[in-house]
Design a protein around this ligand. Structure first.
Ligand SMILES: [Zn+2]
Ligand SMILES: [Zn+2]
Length: 457
């Protein structure tokens, strides 16, 4: 995931204050502004900050431990066990193996009328770590039959530590909570653990698999965050409506008929047909979709076919991705990609077979009503430092939860010390890192959002 810094971020100096000073400032601001209208009351915030101060050293320890032991999508066995042990120690009844390796627990508050869910993702990526951190990953594992290095290059180690911290803080405050909180630790956000079968069918994974197992039962709203080095530390970025793009894997097989390279007329050349398909697909966004309504992206990222200079192969395989910000446009774009590829291939006697998935995430859409109601709490938790950010063409399967219940997803600024938010290595880079001072800010913001939601009638 890569973010452009929000335009207003230049005016926001990254805070260098210690956690204690940061939290104390927040309390002062809450008191000064009359906290009831702006999130939770001052006493609750003070109690929360006391819990956050207690859990802060553990947040860093958990994050570093998880970072040093990253696990790919669907393989989060050690991470899930760490989470489950922690939740059990807090006295929660814990469900494991949800949607693969997911972990779920629900905290019953004093008046369990309402139920709000908080979500963290736990998986890492096949990226060779190049941060040079003392707790850098040295892990290698098997991925689709190949040995690959593994790294928490998207900050999900931080997300997991943050939600473990939220659970600890809120359990300690449970007598003051007007409702229940469900903690959802999700596997496989980054993609499918398995390849589709011979028929192109892939089992559900990630958020979708957890939803199919009932994690949203009785849930009235869900909140989640993403750490980013591209927003300054101490600042949260949010947006009402579409925030992140839909993502659909594109697979196109162009079938021709192999022949000698010296006599192309004796066969059907899938390499030329595939080249025309790549160029034709450029017109889907530039000439076929109304990009004045919403932007869209079609990228072909891989073309594989052929073995030798004088052999026309039978087949060329292409991989790509489609990004949109509107579900109607997404369906339309899929149809147009299919017909453009099929018709162009057909014109030369070849045949294009198009399929989408296994990654097929809807647009991440923040419910406007929930966003409007939640922003004061986010601002309170961030000491006023919450800004509207532009749409991001990266994707998130948090969107699956938002299809079922109103959800609010936001970015938590975490530019590492000594770097600039506009040029810090982005998510998925081998050099991606985040400032650990963002961890308590993550606990504070998610906790305040949840408490505030439960307080609203
Ligand atoms: Zn990612
Ligand atoms: Zn991520």
């Amino acid at each position: 995931m890569k973010l452009r810094p929000p335009s207003s971020s230049r005016r926001v100096a990254p805070t260098t204050a210690s956690l204690a000073r940061w939290a104390a400032t927040g309390l002062w601001m809450a008191l000064a502004s009359g906290a009831q209208a702006q999130g939770v009351d001052a006493g609750t915030l003070q109690a929360l900050d006391a819990q956050i101060a207690k859990v802060s050293p553990q947040l860093v320890a958990w994050r570093r431990d998880i970072h040093a032991h990253p696990e790919l999508s669907g393989q989060e066995v050690r991470t899930a066990a760490l989470v489950a042990d922690h939740l059990r120690r807090l006295g929660l009844s814990v469900q494991t193996g949800v949607g693969g390796t997911g972990v779920v627990a629900t905290l019953q508050g004093a008046h369990p009328v309402k139920l709000v869910a908080l979500r963290a993702d736990m998986d890492a990526l096949p990226v060779p770590e190049g941060t040079g951190l003392p707790f850098a990953s040295k892990v290698k594992t098997n991925y689709l039959g190949k040995e690959v290095p593994v790294m928490h290059a998207c900050g999900h180690d931080g997300h997991t530590a943050i939600l473990m911290g939220v659970a600890q803080a809120l359990v300690a405050m449970k007598d003051q909570i007007h409702g229940s909180v469900r903690f959802i630790f999700q596997p496989a956000e980054e993609g499918a653990p398995n390849e589709p079968d011979a028929h192109g069918v892939a089992p559900s994974f990630g958020a979708k698999a957890m939803i199919e197992q009932g994690v949203l039962k009785d849930v009235q709203a869900i909140y989640g965050l993403h750490l980013t080095a591209n927003i300054p530390l101490g600042v949260a970025g949010y947006r009402s409506g579409p925030l992140m793009a839909s993502a659909d894997d594109i697979h196109i097989d162009v079938h021709g008929r192999g022949a000698h390279g010296s006599a192309p007329w004796a066969g059907v050349d899938p390499i030329v047909a595939a080249s025309q398909v790549v160029l034709g697909l450029q017109t889907v966004v530039s000439r076929q979709l109304n990009i004045s309504a919403e932007p869209a992206v079609v990228t072909i990222g891989a073309i594989n076919g052929g073995t030798r200079f004088n052999i026309i192969p039978d087949k060329v395989e292409m991989l790509g991705t489609l990004r949109t910000f509107d579900e109607g446009m997404r369906a339309d774009a899929q149809k147009r990609i299919r017909s453009t590829a099929e018709m162009i291939a057909q014109s030369s006697g070849a045949k294009a077979e198009v399929r989408f998935g296994p990654v097929s995430y809807p647009t991440t859409v923040n419910s406007p009503a929930l966003t409007e109601a939640s922003v004061p709490a986010l601002k309170q938790a961030m000491n006023g430092q919450a800004v509207v950010v532009p749409k991001v063409s990266a994707s998130e399967d948090f969107s699956e939860f938002q299809k079922v219940v109103p959800g609010f997803f936001y970015f938590l600024g975490a530019t590492p010390k000594g770097l600039q938010s506009g040029s810090a290595p982005s998510n998925h880079s081998p050099r991606f890192d985040f400032n650990e001072d963002a961890l308590p800010m993550g606990v504070r913001s998610l906790s305040v959002l949840a408490l505030d939601f439960l307080n609203r009638s």
